[in-house]
Design a protein around this ligand. Structure first.
Ligand SMILES: CC/C=C\C/C=C\C/C=C\C/C=C\C=C\C(=O)SCCNC(=O)CCNC(=O)[C@H](O)C(C)(C)COP(=O)(O)OP(=O)(O)OC[C@H]1O[C@@H](n2cnc3c(N)ncnc32)[C@H](O)[C@@H]1OP(=O)(O)O
Ligand SMILES: Cc1cc2nc3c(=O)[nH]c(=O)nc-3n(C[C@H](O)[C@H](O)[C@H](O)COP(=O)(O)OP(=O)(O)OC[C@H]3O[C@@H](n4cnc5c(N)ncnc54)[C@H](O)[C@@H]3O)c2cc1C
Length: 642
């Protein structure tokens, strides 16, 4: 099963080997539990481990393999980020995709050797979503052949970029490029921020940390202002766009090609989300099979809380989602790598499809991951609320994904643009022009679902039902939009008035893709036992998801009330079937105790003793009487007694 999750037996074996090596290297372990550290201590601890990793990485992993690097990071540095998180996640990808060969030769080897630390500085205090209204300017000075970076007002301060505040000395900065008074829109520039020897900010640069956040507090998300700060013309990233010495602008082959670093993260973050969901579920499911509370049959002893159907209903559909996201994420990364290769050789025709797909997936996966982790926390009762469970930290980190790389509603609307264009093709009789991901929009469906009518139909009837609801909602939302325009409404106003319905279509389309990716994967599996376990999980997935969106299928009579009862029964049937495998389905992800960082989710199940040990190690317990008591509470009580 680990081979299915991680992509191959070799990958699963390598993960195990890496975890085993890390277990033998105490210098790479947290020196004390992260929740007991201050933010400064955590950053220091992370930097300490990071420098050891830079030295010893080659002994543990193949540093050129992104999957091994990701695993190493998760084990050693953890989810809360690190002082170089953005260096790998966006700075290097931005240089790789947007810098010319000459520029790459100059900067990439230095970045890869970690001689310099970089980040991706795009979002500002006043604007994050609407890139066209970013306010930082890069004005070309023809006389000196330099761009002059400037922050005209407070809202133009860069705000949020990870590791910008304290750790990075370089950044890819996105600014409006102005040449001879003409604004060419946002473009990426390589900018040195700090002196390489002293790490002091360079003159003309104002920089710092934006303060503590809901989670991710090891990352120094930062602010950045420029006061007429000059950089050479050749620091504009010039793989696709060029500015010649005389100010001549050569436009890129696709208007949005400079957005590729964002698409990179949107594609790769899906499996990251799956891992976080599976981690939280691993903790909750293990704990649920240790925790005994109450009886189902009063004549019997107390049961493990995992025996309760409500507990299973809370956890198991999310287990199925974690697998589904992992499989859909793996497919998306493959597609991304293919499109990136094509883009590098000048073919930009697949960019729109990839943008639409990753926009929808990013939104649905992060939202459902957040939901699943929160349910996992509640499933652990009181102990879930303790930082000893570590679930709250996983939650805080995961839901950051609903916001970064494009706020979820906004990204769903990006997918909706693609769906509406596809609907227009269907309506004008041009279904043959539909791309493969939306081809179903042009296919006539049966009048009713055959879900419970065709025995042994595999998952075909389910997929058809998802296709039907997605198609219907897409065409309905598109009709609403076109209808408003026909009545004379301006395009943008009509769009806003339909946007809730449009986003519903985007969610349904994305959920269909996730179901299809799960079905594709299960169909590929040769090993009978693995196939059987995953088929059970897939049964739960399709039935649970369909129940969740049933109103769309009920409103036009595609599903009947009796079919809905059938689907509900299937959910209960598969909850029971999955119960014996539940812990194994999560243990198959092979998270080590070091990686999980959870007292509650320990592999050995020795929860209570370790919770007590954890509590005793709280800094508050270093002394029996706190100074808050001697200074304030004790005098207060004494005064009251007089
Ligand atoms: C290796 C990584 C592994 C794991 C990662 C795990 C964890 C990450 C850890 C921490 C977080 C780290 C970093 C976070 C970083 C950031 O958040 S960086 C900042 C991200 N910011 C955004 O995402 C901003 C969102 N906004 C936008 O993307 C855009 O503004 C927009 C909403 C897309 C609109 O853009 P714009 O105004 O330029 O668009 P329009 O002029 O309206 O045109 C729209 C048309 O353009 C098409 N389009 C847009 N983007 C793309 C694209 N990328 N590719 C192709 N086409 C694109 C769009 O489809 C419209 O087309 P049309 O319908 O035909 O007109
Ligand atoms: C943990 C974290 C890490 C980050 N890291 C980085 C980084 O490294 N580099 C970087 O540059 N940035 C980074 N960011 C910033 C992030 O990319 C932005 O916050 C994000 O893109 C959302 O933009 P915003 O803050 O402007 O939200 P807003 O756009 O202000 O969103 C507020 C509300 O308005 C709604 N809204 C906005 N526009 C529309 C619209 N057109 N239609 C409908 N609704 C709309 C949204 O849906 C949302 O409900 C990070 C953010 C976080 C939380």
């Amino acid at each position: 099963m680990a081979a299915q999750i991680w992509g191959s037996e070799k990958r699963a074996r390598r993960r195990r080997e890496i975890s085993a090596k890390i277990a033998q290297m105490p210098e790479l372990h947290d020196s004390k539990p992260l929740p007991f550290m201050t933010r400064e201590e955590k950053i220091m601890e992370s930097a300490r481990k990071l420098t050891i990793l830079t030295e010893k990485m080659g002994q543990i992993i193949d540093p050129t393999d992104p999957a091994e690097l990701y695993h190493l990071n998760n084990e050693v540095l953890g989810l809360e980020g690190n002082p170089m998180a953005l260096h790998g996640v966006m700075f290097i990808p931005a240089l790789s995709a947007q810098a010319s060969d000459e520029q790459q030769a100059k900067w990439l080897p230095r970045a890869l050797r970690r001689e310099i630390i970089g980040t991706y500085a795009q979002t500002e205090l006043g604007h994050g979503t609407n890139l066209q209204n970013l306010e930082t300017t890069a004005t070309y000075d023809l006389a000196t052949q330099e761009f002059v970076l400037h922050t005209p007002q407070i809202t133009a301060l860069k705000w949020w970029p990870g590791n910008l505040g304290k750790s990075s000395n370089y950044a890819v900065v996105v600014a409006h490029m102005i040449i001879k008074a003409k604004n060419y829109g946002p473009h990426p520039f390589m900018v040195q921020l700090r002196d390489e020897k002293t790490h002091e900010p360079l003159p003309g640069i104002t920089i710092g940390d934006i303060g503590p956040k809901m989670a991710y507090n090891i990352v120094d998300n930062g602010f950045l202002g420029f006061n007429k700060y000059r950089i050479p013309r050749t620091n504009l990233l010039m793989r696709h766009t060029k500015v010649e010495a005389d100010g001549t602008y050569i436009k890129p082959p696709h208007a949005k090609i400079n957005y590729s670093a964002m698409v990179h993260v949107r594609a790769y973050m899906l499996t990251g989300q799956a891992i976080m969901l599976a981690s939280a579920l691993n903790i909750a499911t293990r704990y649920s099979s240790v925790r005994r509370q109450g009886q189902i049959d009063k004549s019997q002893p107390e049961v493990k809380v995992l025996e309760y159907q409500t507990q299973q209903h809370r956890l198991f559909p999310s287990i199925a989602r974690a697998y589904a996201f992992q499989f859909a994420g793996a497919e998306t990364v493959k597609l991304y790598e293919h499109v990136l290769k094509e883009m590098k050789s000048g073919n930009v025709s697949l960019m729109a499809d990839l943008h639409a797909l990753t926009s929808g997936l990013k939104s649905v996966v992060t939202y459902q991951t957040g939901e699943g982790i929160e349910q996992a926390r509640m499933a652990c009762g009181g102990h879930g609320y303790s930082m000893a469970s570590y679930i709250s930290e996983i939650y805080g980190v995961a839901i950051g994904g609903c916001t970064y790389e494009g706020e979820n509603m906004v990204m769903l609307l990006q997918l909706a643009r693609y769906l509406v264009k596809s609907a227009a093709l269907v309506k004008s009789g041009q279904s043959s022009k539909l791309g493969p991901l939306v081809a179903y929009l042009g296919v006539k469906s049966e009048p009713t679902s055959l879900i419970d009518r065709i025995p042994n139909s595999g998952f075909t009837e389910y997929v058809k039902t998802f296709q039907h609801v997605s198609k219907r909602q897409t065409l309905k939302a598109a009709d609403m939009f076109f209808g408003l325009m026909e009545k004379g409404e301006k395009r943008e106003i009509a769009w806003n008035k339909c946007s809730v319905e449009l986003n519903r279509a985007s969610r349904l389309h994305t959920r269909l893709f996730i179901v299809e990716a799960f079905v594709r994967r299960v169909n590929e599996i040769a090993d009978i036992r693995i196939k059987e376990a995953l088929t059970d999980l897939l049964h739960l997935h399709v039935n649970y998801e369909l129940l969740d969106i049933a109103s769309y299928a009920l409103e036009d009579g595609f599903l009947s009330a009796s079919q809905l009862d059938y689907i509900r029964d299937q959910v209960y049937l598969y909850l029971g079937k999955i119960r014996p495998n539940a812990v194994s389905l999560l243990d198959s992800w092979e998270f080590s105790d070091i990686e999980l960082r959870s007292v509650l989710g320990r592999r050995d199940g020795n929860v209570y003793e370790n919770l007590f040990k954890w509590a005793k190690s709280s800094p508050l317990n270093k002394t029996d009487v706190l100074s808050s008591v001697t200074q304030y509470l004790k005098p207060m009580m004494e005064k009251a007694r007089l």
